[in-house]
Design a protein around this ligand. Structure first.
Ligand SMILES: Nc1ncnc2c1ncn2[C@@H]1O[C@H](COP(=O)(O)OP(=O)(O)OP(=O)(O)O)[C@@H](O)[C@H]1O
Ligand SMILES: [Mg+2]
Length: 323
């Protein structure tokens, strides 16, 4: 059984004056995270990654579909079950500066989390657990204890937010762009912390990001999202070496050219097409796809299973097993 399973999860936002504009930010997403694996969810800005993270973490209720953790419907948990859920599933977010209370010192911040989940723990037990969590993320307690968040670097803070999550001893971490605000040299170090925890302790991670190169580096499986739809999914290496969906191909091709200017253009283009794409009957990627045919604009592509991978694209409609 999968640790986490999303089944046909959809989130519709109503925006604009009188809620007249409808955005299907996430559409019929079915995916899993198994025990001891790192799954990367990749896609450009606005593809629905954070919305998925927020639904898993019970911040947004899905408009449709179900989310199961250890076989239990996450949105039907009540009272103590909710506390149990957060002791199993922890979130880490992009901006480490905003995830800490600036008026408390590091030890107080960590103590509060520990106390919430393990109220009976006291004295030396607390101190030991806090030191241990700090060391697990590659920091020296002496460097961070006694300091306020603003006295630490972004990399140190992001490590501390992982340490705080680890204090709770979760089985699953939902990490929403945990390294995108860090500089390139610390990114790999922080990603390695997750890989180590997976290897040594069997931790599972849903790692969200837009960099498919980093996703390939750290994860066992990759799920590619385009405007709320999963377009491709499979083990990281084959997806990276031989992308099946034209969008995955485009993400990979863009790597060497991914300078600021190009990235900006990609974002502008995505914005321009945002509302049109949401209104399309067919594949949402069709307006940008070099391989688009008539059918792509008319009907949603079926999701096809090709060995251990799946792809939602009309190119492959003659092959594979329809799911
Ligand atoms: N609370 C909200 N109300 C209305 N629309 C929203 C809300 N949250 C997200 N959206 C819309 O849903 C879509 C998906 O947003 P989301 O934040 O999930 O994307 P993302 O993949 O996390 O992007 P990024 O890489 O920029 O973080 C976007 O079009 C966004 O404008
Ligand atoms: Mg996001």
């Amino acid at each position: 059984m999968a640790l986490l399973r999303l089944e046909d999860v959809t989130k519709v936002f109503r925006t604009g004056l009188f809620g007249g504009q409808e955005i299907r930010a996430v559409e019929d997403v079915t995916m899993e995270v198994k025990e001891g694996e790192i799954v990367s969810l990749v896609g450009e800005s606005g593809s629905g990654k954070t919305t998925i993270a927020r639904m898993i973490l019970r911040f947004y209720r899905p408009t449709k579909g179900r989310i199961y953790y250890k076989g239990r419907d996450v949105w039907r948990l009540r009272g103590d079950e909710v506390k149990w859920y957060y002791s199993e599933v922890q979130g880490i977010f992009q901006d480490p500066y905003s995830s800490f209370n600036p008026i408390h010192r590091v030890e107080r911040i960590l103590y509060k989390t520990l106390h919430h989940f393990h109220p009976s723990l006291g004295g030396r037990g607390v101190e030991e657990r806090i030191r241990e969590a700090i060391e697990r993320v590659g920091l020296h307690p002496g460097d961070v204890l006694g300091k306020y968040p603003h006295q630490l670097s972004g990399g140190q803070l992001q490590r501390l937010s992982i340490a705080r999550a680890l204090l709770v001893e979760p089985s699953l971490i939902i990490a929403d762009e945990p390294v995108s605000m860090l500089d390139a040299s610390t990114r790999i170090d922080v990603l390695n912390i997750f890989a180590d925890l997976r290897d040594k302790e069997g931790l599972s991670v849903l790692m969200i990001g837009h960099d498919i190169l980093l996703a390939n580096y750290v994860s066992d499986r990759v799920v590619v999202l385009y405007k709320g739809n999963i377009v491709e999914e499979g083990p990281a290496k084959p997806v990276f070496v031989n992308p099946l969906h034209p969008y995955t191909g485009m993400l990979l091709e863009s790597i060497p050219r991914l300078d600021k200017k190009w990235e900006k253009r990609l974002e502008e283009k995505a914005e321009e097409e945002e509302y049109t794409a949401y209104r399309l009957k067919g594949c949402r990627f069709a307006p940008r796809c070099p391989a688009a045919r008539k059918i792509c604009f008319e009907a949603k592509p079926p999701t096809l299973k090709l060995e251990e991978r799946s792809v939602a694209c009309w190119i492959y409609s003659d092959y594979g097993e329809k799911s």
